[in-house]
Design a protein around this ligand. Structure first.
Ligand code: HEC
Length: 126
């Protein structure tokens, strides 16, 4: 019985590493967003990201935005989205023009243009 368990356990381990390897290779930059966002119109920790490109900031119903997003109106486009996913903490100050503005979204550190392209392509495809 003990031996059988060992075999099962090691088989599970091998299968586990096999399953993980391709996932790691394909891990897309936008995978990070899913911890807090749905790619639909339903809110999670953050607002639903479907239709976010070209949408005014802070307008999703039922979402409790920070004051900065709720009261300032800019429209999400490629440029400000790049700044946002690189460093939202800094971007919110630039977008609002208020050096004290704060957002509830932590910086995602996606600052590499190729990775940003991936995220933006995903957002546009929703
Ligand atoms: C740790 C949680 C978390 C992660 C991870 C996260 N976000 Fe957010 N996001 C939030 C929160 C919370 C808000 C609301 C911010 C506020 O009200 O200040 C938000 C707001 C936003 C907004 C503004 C939407 C609107 O309706 O104006 C965009 C765009 C956005 N996130 C994009 C992204 C993208 C793209 C990613 C992945 C690269 C991402 N977020 C990752 C928590 C997160």
């Amino acid at each position: 019985m003990k031996k059988l368990l060992m075999v099962v356990a090691s088989a599970a381990f091998v299968m586990g590493t096999m399953a993980l390897a391709p996932m790691a290779a394909q891990a897309a930059a936008w995978g990070k967003c899913k911890a807090c966002h749905n790619f639909s119109d339903k809110k999670k920790v953050g607002p639903g990201l479907q239709t976010v490109m070209g949408r005014k900031a802070g307008v999703m119903p039922k979402m409790k935005y920070s004051k900065a997003l709720a009261t300032q109106a800019w429209t999400w486009d490629e440029n400000n989205m790049r700044d946002w996913i690189c460093d939202s903490k800094k971007a919110v100050k630039v977008l609002t023009g208020d050096p004290k503005a704060k957002t509830k979204m932590p910086p995602q550190k996606i600052c590499d243009p190729a990775k940003q392209d991936e995220v933006i392509a995903k957002l546009k495809s929703l």
